[in-house]
Design a binder for this molecule. Structure first.
Ligand code: SF4
Length: 488
């Protein structure tokens, strides 16, 4: 059992993130004590006093190379540690201590948040990121490079404008690694028309009350193109009947699964002016596709890609995932090289997020992680180098919890074709209005130099969403109501 006693502070949340990263287990926190069920025993004290922040290993595994260890840093007059908030200083200390104890480091060091580029914005050089947070040099450089790419995009968007997301949480089958709310469409055929009607009703109610200009629209999921030709046509025509969507800077539609793409669906998108889509193979290795439950082949992807290109789609994004079950580094690299030959404008490279099992012994976890980590390193550095050579630059980056090795997801673009919505959404610096089950709307309020973000969630279950669509619409109308305006 690993125990961390919190003394003189209540920063359990960021410390739990560090423990989760290092042990792969979700910790519990009760009465000021974080606990994790490990086969080994250790007790740590994480303390804030009047004058300092300290983290002490009070007793550790006999095999520990450390024995007793104490990290301490003085608080200054502002009650910060070298300009850092106390919570960050505690995180850095705990990361340093646990990484020595468990004999492992992570490429992003003590940064467990989803937006490392935000930290890069607070610093002036990658070396500082390495020195303060223990971020590896290549990742610190990636964070700064991507920060610049994100800033370029944000510079050309108006903070007072809105970005809209429409979500269709259905897919032809459920991928083995899926962590979204997507359901298998073949089992829900009778539900799909009602779901589309509910979303169109939600838009009919909410959009006329929105006074802000809408800059971008992203139709995602799930897989929106899982709807059959007729329903997809009705849905797209219904969406684009809205005046609010007539003067958009960008529209992107996910046509994720290549086996759902038809000539008619692409034609409908072109009719309403959509020329940016995502076709996401995740891998071009048929054995992996079968293993993860995606019922399409690499040939299906190439056929769909060529069709979209020949019909006039000018910006195509393709997603790949590094670390898919049973896939070798060579298979991943081969997929990436084949994708680069097709020359999509955007390529997004994800790191597989997987829950690690808490019943493995520490030795097993360490052994398994070492193999996985080496493989991930090889895949991600190949991706960065190959894409850089082919003229792609990273333009948005985020991390998810429980990715192998705490790695990142990176969106690359070439020829100045970044997806504005992706940056707006991930930056937390722009307001997003979401329609559909499970969508998260957010509203950004500037507060002096910084910003405050408020969120408004939507029911996740599609059936309950259909039954409660009026309530959901009213909730969003109230959420986006501007000061001094009457929405009703
Ligand atoms: S395509 Fe995406 S949303 Fe659909 S099941 Fe697979 S991972 Fe989930």
């Amino acid at each position: 059992m690993l125990k961390i006693h919190l003394v003189g502070h209540t920063h359990d949340y960021p410390l739990c993130d560090v423990v989760r990263l290092l042990t792969g287990i979700i910790p519990r926190c009760t009465d000021g004590c974080i606990t994790v069920e490990t086969e080994w025993e250790a007790t740590i004290r994480s303390e804030v006093t009047e004058s300092e922040v300290l983290t002490a290993l009070e007793n550790g595994p006999e095999t520990s190379i450390l024995g007793q260890k104490l990290l301490r840093t003085s608080l200054d007059g502002e009650r910060t540690v070298d300009g850092l908030p106390i919570s960050r200083a505690l995180k850095i200390q705990l990361y340093t201590l646990l990484s020595e104890l468990l004999e492992k480091t992570f490429p992003w060091g003590s940064l467990t948040g989803i937006r490392p580029t935000q930290v890069a914005r607070e610093l002036s050089r990658p070396e500082e990121m390495t020195r303060i947070y223990g971020v590896r040099e290549d990742k610190a450089k990636l964070a700064f490079l991507t920060r610049d790419g994100e800033d370029q995009v944000l510079m050309h968007t108006d903070p007072n404008h809105l970005h809209v997301y429409i979500g269709i949480p259905f897919c032809p089958t459920r991928c083995a690694y899926c962590s979204f709310i997507a359901q298998e469409a073949p089992n829900k055929r009778e539900l799909l028309p009602s779901y589309v009607d509910a979303m169109l009703e939600e838009m009919d109610r909410v959009l006329p009350t929105i006074t802000r200009k809408i800059e971008t629209l992203y139709i995602g999921g799930g897989t929106p193109t899982v709807l059959d030709d007729e329903l997809f046509t009705r849905f797209i025509h219904g969406v684009f009947a809205h005046e609010a969507f007539q003067h958009l800077k960008e529209v992107c539609v996910e046509a994720g699964r290549p086996d759902t793409i038809t000539h008619r669906k692409l034609e409908v998108l072109l009719e309403v002016g959509v020329t940016r889509i995502c076709i996401n193979p995740q891998t071009l290795c048929d054995a992996t596709l079968l293993r993860v439950g995606r019922k399409h082949t690499a040939a299906d992807f190439e056929k769909a890609f060529e069709l979209a290109r020949s019909m006039g789609f000018t910006v195509i994004n393709t997603d790949l995932i590094a670390g898919l079950p049973g896939e070798s580094a060579e298979e991943f690299c081969e997929s990436l090289s084949r994708i680069v030959e097709l020359a999509p404008e955007n390529i997004t490279v994800h790191s597989l997020s997987k829950k690690r099992r808490s019943d493995l012994s520490r030795e097993e976890i360490v052994r398994q992680e070492k193999t996985d980590l080496l493989k991930m390193e090889k895949m991600l550095s190949f991706a960065f180098e190959t894409l850089s050579e082919a003229g792609y630059v990273p333009y948005y980056l985020y991390k998810q919890k429980d990715t192998i090795g705490g790695h990142e997801n990176v969106g690359y673009q070439k020829d100045g074709t970044p997806c504005i919505y992706n940056v707006a959404m991930m930056s937390d610096a722009r307001s997003v209005l979401s329609f559909g089950a499970g969508g998260m709307s957010k509203r950004v309020y500037p507060e002096g130099e910084s910003i405050r973000v408020e969120r408004c969630s939507c029911i996740k279950d599609p059936i309950q969403y259909i039954q409660n669509v009026q309530n959901m619409a009213e909730k969003k109308i109230a959420f986006f109501k501007e000061e001094g305006t009457e929405n009703d």
